[in-house]
Each structure stands twice: as C-alpha cells, then as structure tokens.
Design a protein around this ligand. Structure first.
Ligand SMILES: Nc1ncnc2c1ncn2[C@@H]1O[C@H](COP(=O)(O)OP(=O)(O)OP(=O)(O)O)[C@@H](O)[C@H]1O
Length: 767
C-alpha cells in the first residue's frame, strides 16, 4: 500500500497535496457507518475500534459504580478491616485509583454525547517494518481512563503521552506509523480517517480515508463553535502546550484557528496545573455576548467548566452591557484621557450634599463652611477610597471642628463630636456612599459634563458624552465602553459597602412593602421578573430606565490566575486597564489580528496592553493557515484589504470549492435590496446545510430584518461589528462600502465581515 500525505500543516511540507473539498466530502460520506458495511476493510476496522470504545465506556461505568460503593461503605471501614493481605499503601493506592477514575467518570458525564466521542484518536507506534504484535497501540481521548490493572485504555489528549498524536509528521514521525482519527456519534464509532507517517504502510496496517482535517473542515458549521481536539495541527499544538508563565501571544490572519487554539490552551492549562488554575480561575474575555454564546460549548466539550467566560460588557461583576456607542463616543470613553475626568467625578462633593456643617458640640457652636469642607474632603481622599472612608472623614471633620473652636478639653470635645446626632446626620448626607454608575449618569447633564471635562475634552466631545448618558437613560442600558469606566471608578471609590442587614439586591427583596427603598417603583402581578421573598412571591418591574441602570450591586474585581483575551486588537486602553485589574498576578494568553482592528488608536492601546502585562516574559506564536474560508472567499477578502492595509497578515487558505463569491449590483428601487437579499438567502439555503448570516450596513438593516430566523432558524441577521470571531457556512454581505463607511475600523471591519463564510458568500452592492 502506498503512503498518502498527512493533513496540511504549516510545519509539514505537504500542504500543497491537500485533497480538494469535494474529495474530502466523499471521504466523509464513505466513512459513514452505513456506507462502511459495503467496504470490508472499513467495516472490520470500525468494528475493532468499536470494541475498544465499548471497553472504555464499560470501564468508566464500572469505576463509577465502584467509587460510589466505596463512598457508601466508607473509607474508614476499609482501613479498620484490613488484614495482612492488603498493605496500607496498596489500600490507599486503590482508593486513590478509584477516586481518580470516579472523577474521570464524573467528567465524562459532563461531556455530553453530542460532543462527538470520548475516544477520538489512535496511534500505532513502531516502524515501517514492525509487525502488528510489535506495534504499540495508544488511544487518545477527551480524558484518561485506566483498566483494573492500571493500564491506560485512553490517554488524555493533554498528557505528554498524547503529544505525538498532534506533533508527528512524515518528516518527524516520532515513532508513529499511523495516526487514526475516530469519528463517533455518542458511544458509536461511525468513521475513521488515517494519516500515515511513514512512506509505505506495513502490509498488515489498513489506511482509511483521505485525512481527518479536510473532512472536519468541510463539515457543516452549526450555531456554535466545535472543539478541534481530534485534528489539532502541530503548530497549533505548540501554542496550546506552551509554558503557562508570562504572556503568550497568538497572532494570525482570519480563520487561522487563533480562538479555538486559545480555548484548547485554557483546557491544557487546567490539566497541566489544575490546582493553580482551578483555584485561581481562568477568565476568558471576548468581544460580545454573541461571541461568548458562540464559543461557550468548546470548553465543556473538553470536560472543563471552571472557566469564567465574559463578553467585554460583562467583565464587571454586577453589570451587563451590550449596547455599542457611536465610534466617536466609544473613542472618548476608551481613551486614557477620560481618567482625568473620572478622577474629578470621584473627588467632587456629590450633588445634593450639604455645604455647611452646623452643630452644637460640648457647649460650643461649631460651623464649618464649604472651603473647609472641601479641604477636608480632598485631604481624606488623598489617603482613602471614598466608600471606605466614612470613619476617616468623620475624624477629619472632628479635627477641623476642634481647630475652629480650640476652647476647653480637646479629648472631651472630640468625644462629644463623635457622639453627636447632628454630626451623624451631616456625615450621612455629606459622605454618603457613592455608586460609580450614579456618577456617570450625572454626566447626562450637558452643563455639568462641560464643567467636569474642562481641559480634558473638547466642547463637542463633552456634549457627545452627555448625550450618550441621556441615551443610556432613554434605553435603560449601559454601553460596552461604560463597563471600563465603571470599573475605573470602583477602583477609585471602592465598591459601595453594604451592612449585612441591608445587603439587599434587586432580586432578594425582603419586604414588598418597602420596595421603593430599593429603587423599585412599581409592583404588579403577572409580568416580568419573579422575586422570592420570605413568605411570598412577588413580581417586580423596574419602572424606569434609571432603576434598570442601577440594578444589582457593582462588586470589586476578582483576580484570576490566567486571563485569555480574544480579539485583543479591539480593546481600548481603558478596557486593557479593566482587564489588568483582574490579571495583576496572572499569566496571559492574548489572541489577535491587527488587520481586523476596530479600535482607532492602536499605539495607545498597545501601551495600555504592555502595562497590563507588567513586564512579564512573552512568547509568540503565529498561525498562518486559514482553516475557515474556502480559498475563493478568502481571495476576495484579501483583494479588499491588501490595497488599503498592505501589511495585513495574509494566511494561506487550504480548502477550495471551485465556487467564486457572487458580487452583485442591486438597483436603488424601493425594496430591491430586500428582494436581492431574500433571493441570495434562498439560493444559499439550497446550497449549504448549515448556518447563514445576513450582514448588513446600518441603513439596510430594517429591510433585511425579516430574514432573521428564516430557513427554520438557519438564517441570522447580524450587524458587522457583532460578527467578530464568529463564522457561518454562508454569508450575504449587504452594502460593503456602507459597512466600511460606518465602522470605526473602516475597511478592517469590512475585512472581518468578508472572512466569516466557510463555503459560500454573496456580496450585494447598492448601485
Ligand atoms: N486543526 C483544526 N481542525 C479543524 N478545524 C479547525 C482547526 N483549526 C481551526 N479550525 C477551524 O477553523 C475555523 C476558524 O477558527 P477560529 O475561529 O479559531 O479562527 P480565528 O483565527 O480566531 O479567526 P478570526 O480571527 O477570523 O476570528 C473554526 O471553524 C475552527 O474550528
């Protein structure tokens, strides 16, 4: 039997020999279980693999039952009834083994059947000359399983013993003769694809299919990203298993697997240093809620659930933001100069605070006027965060009051000041807890915005900022850029401190009588949110947008042991600072492609990013193979970006469909664009089996909105910026020039849009 090249890999020399998409599709079909019956070799091979997979599942069930029994019987009984036959350490070893396998069984139950196979790979190790008896067979899976004799039935894909599965190439076979990828449906083996690592297969070794990678890439895309654990390529594996310390940067053009590699890296870190990363936590941050929904299955499919997955608007605990500001406002809120404005907001006397302290203390009339109070405030804030400083403020007031009197006993005066009800009332109003959100909403008043931004923002910028907070109040929703501002203010002020008794969030209201005290204006039956109370269930609707904006409690940031940032090129400097607060002692994985950036000032963002990494060592990995787009689609996108961004990082697209994108001029008649988009969608529904996106410039959105959800839910209408990081089988791009003109990143955003389709793309241009 002759050898066939392995799947494409930027590090191997066989990329040009990749079979075309049609051939790969044939492979996928011939390997179906049904088809397999007609091909004796395949059927026999699959039956052999099935026998092993059955053994693995049986072992897991057995171990799970045994471990449950051990738990029920109790460890102690095992110890006290031990005889000379079982030595202590043997006993402990058995328990440890059971505990390990039990943990594996639990993780297996987390890996839902739909995640395509607990066992997905097999290595035959030996040489071209070795016989079946001489070759070692090693199975690779989503987790490790051992049999009763502690022999491995499956090796966890992240274990060192599995690395040859990903690293072996014909140039450097690492002792591998044949690498086999198994395709399973639940616990049933339905197909296999082989890559041969030696020039010719030994006579007794069957080689199936035309390579697993092409089969995987040709498959239909769903609404959510899939893991690539069975077909990770060598250069991807190097990034996945890179040492955890410092900063790991993964760059590359569109569709090069940066995201999926970074997610597998998170799973690898949890495996290789579980104690550190599970207890310290891993934070994964992506651009949007659509993105987090898209990738949220990948880590659970690898058996890992202990990762915090957040969109940029959800990074601050207690706050959810999805709305996008206009590019001008986003630029103001994202740039570091806004910090001066925030510093002013945090140190100003809050609106409505009393301006004079009058009290009768130890027989003396005390009066402190505004200038003195202002001085006291700024002295206190020099050493404290506002929300932690009520006591310090009171002491400073007492000193100022004493200095204004200086008659009688100082200690007696201070004691009287401390016990004064008048002072209590004054401090409660003058130094009330400040919620950062309240300070930002104060900017909705244009005059106030002018005042606090003097010397920081231009007049028009301050007006735009004020308008953005009036928008927030109109919508009852924060913008994504606001999250970083709230976070900055929390760092300055500290979170609002809540006394235990008053620790009442919107959803935990204790007395329905007193809802107004918690910002809830309206209580009605039968609608909206459910609130459980001590003895009754009430239904609460926040009556106005302000209440919605202030809902929940903003918490101080948690720290993580590792922070993974995707689409890092889009983070504003303020967003880098927000992440830096969560990654003070973290290692980082940072994923991005500058040519896809929608943030304007890359230099300022670069500095903020360097600061976040605080001088840690860096290692860089570059991905140069585009696994997403058919070559015809990527060529189209490349021709758009290169003239305008000549240094764009252009990857090599490895899959061809022989179908060029459709590029159509649509006349300006009313309804023509809607009709053209509907026609394109209809054609694509017939041509691809999976997901389709209609991505339209703002002015066309209404016209194409009706397509959303059509095709039995396969069609999604989405705005250009929200497509970051996502992909579909086919896309319809409506008005590319309009997308460029309206987007903060201009043609870079259009480039993102044009690189989302795996198999087909239609581009509609208004004439
Ligand atoms: N080794 C692989 N095996 C199978 N599929 C792969 C492999 N590597 C990448 N892919 C697929 O390629 C597609 C693109 O991957 P991914 O979204 O991670 O790329 P990206 O570099 O983050 O893209 P972009 O920057 O354009 O958002 C996904 O469908 C992913 O599953």
């Amino acid at each position: 039997m002759t050898a066939r090249p392995t799947a494409p890999d930027s590090t191997s020399e066989t990329t040009s020999d990749v079979p075309d998409a049609a051939a790969a599709a044939d492979v996928a079909t011939t390997n179906d279980a049904a088809a397999a019956a007609a091909v004796p070799d395949v059927a026999a091979e699959l039956a052999l693999e099935q026998a092993h997979v059955d053994r693995v599942y049986a072992e897991l069930e057995k171990a799970s039952r045994r471990a449950a029994d051990v738990e029920a019987d109790g460890l102690a009984r095992g110890r006290t009834s031990r005889t000379g036959d079982v030595r202590d350490e043997e006993m402990t070893g058995l328990f440890e083994r059971d505990a390990l396998v039990y943990a594996a069984a639990r993780r297996r139950s987390m890996i839902d059947k739909q995640y395509e196979g607990l066992v997905f790979g097999r290595l035959d190790l030996g040489t071209e000359q070795s016989t079946a008896a001489e070759r070692e067979v090693r199975y690779i899976g989503r987790l490790g399983v051992r049999d009763d004799d502690y022999e491995p039935l499956v090796v966890d894909w992240r274990a060192p013993a599995a690395s040859a599965f990903y690293r072996a190439t014909p140039v450097d076979p690492m002792g591998v003769v044949r690498r086999r990828v198994l395709r399973c449906s639940g616990a049933t083996v339905v197909g296999a694809e082989d890559d041969l690592m030696v020039p010719a297969a030994p006579d007794d070794l069957v080689v199936l299919g035309d390579g697993a990678l092409m089969a995987a890439l040709t498959r239909t895309r769903g609404r959510q990203m899939r893991d690539i654990v069975a077909t990770i390529q060598r250069h991807q594996d190097e990034a996945i298993r890179a040492p955890s310390r410092g900063v790991t940067e993964i760059t590359g053009g569109p569709g090069t697997g940066k995201t999926v590699v970074a997610l597998h890296r998170a799973a690898y870190l949890l495996y290789s240093e579980r104690r550190r990363f599970e207890s310290g936590g891993i934070l994964v941050v992506g651009p949007s809620a659509a993105y987090t929904a898209y990738i949220e299955r990948v880590l659970p499919s690898l058996g890992e659930e202990s990762v915090a997955l957040r969109a940029l608007g959800d990074v601050v605990d207690g706050m959810t933001a999805t709305r996008l500001d206009s590019p001008e406002v986003a630029a103001i809120k994202g740039s570091l100069r806004i910090r001066r404005l925030l510093a002013r907001l945090a140190s100003r006397t809050p609106a409505g605070a009393p301006t004079t302290l009058r009290a009768f203390i130890a027989g003396h009339a005390v009066r402190l006027d505004e200038p003195v109070l202002r001085r006291v405030r700024s002295d206190v804030l020099r050493g404290h965060q506002h929300n932690l400083a009520a006591d310090a403020a009171r002491m400073a007031l007492a000193e100022a009051a004493w200095r204004s009197v200086r008659v009688g006993e100082r200690d007696a005066f201070l004691e009287a000041f401390e016990g004064s009800r008048d002072v209590d009332d004054f401090v409660a109003a003058w130094w009330r807890p400040l919620d950062p959100r309240e300070l930002l909403l104060g900017l909705a008043d244009t005059e106030y915005a002018y005042e606090v931004s003097r010397g920081v923002l231009e007049h028009e910028e301050a007006a735009a900022l004020a308008a953005s907070y009036r928008d927030a109040l109109a919508h009852g929703s924060w913008s994504v850029a606001d999250a970083a501002l709230v976070d900055d203010l929390v760092a300055r002020l500290a979170a609002v401190q809540v006394v235990e008794r008053e620790d009442v969030g919107f959803y935990d209201i204790e007395e329905l009588d007193n809802l107004a005290a918690y910002g809830v204006q309206d209580v009605r039956a039968g609608i909206d949110r459910r609130v459980t109370t001590n003895s009754q269930v009430g239904i609460v609707t926040p009556a106005d947008a302000r209440a919605r904006l202030m809902m929940g409690r903003i918490e101080r940031s948690s720290w993580y042991a590792h922070v993974l940032v995707d689409e890092a090129q889009d983070l504003s400097p303020m967003q880098w600072r927000m992440l830096a607060r969560r990654g003070r002692s973290a290692s980082w994985t940072v994923v991005g492609d500058a040519a896809q950036a929608s943030w304007g000032d890359l230099a300022e963002a670069g500095r903020a990013r360097d600061e976040a990494f605080s001088g840690q060592v860096r290692q860089a990995f570059h991905m140069d193979t585009n696994y997403r787009n058919a070559r015809e689609i990527f060529d189209y996108a490349r021709d758009v970006i290169l003239p305008l961004v000549p240094d764009a990082d252009i990857p090599d697209a490895v899959r061809e469909t022989d179908v060029d994108p459709v590029d159509r001029l649509v006349d300006g008649a009313d309804g023509s664009m809607a009709q053209a988009a509907a026609d394109a969608v209809e054609q694509l529904l017939a041509e691809v089996d999976g997901s389709i996106a209609v991505i339209a410039a703002g002015r066309w959105v209404e016209q194409v909105a009706a397509l959303d959800g059509s095709g039995g839910g396969r069609v999604q209408v989405i705005d250009p910026l929200s497509t970051k990081g996502l992909e579909w089988d086919a896309t319809v791009v409506v008005d590319p020039d309009g997308i460029t003109a309206e987007s903060p990143g201009g043609v870079r955003v259009l480039y993102v849009v044009l690189t989302r389709a795996a198999h087909r793309m239609h581009v509609l241009r208004p004439a």
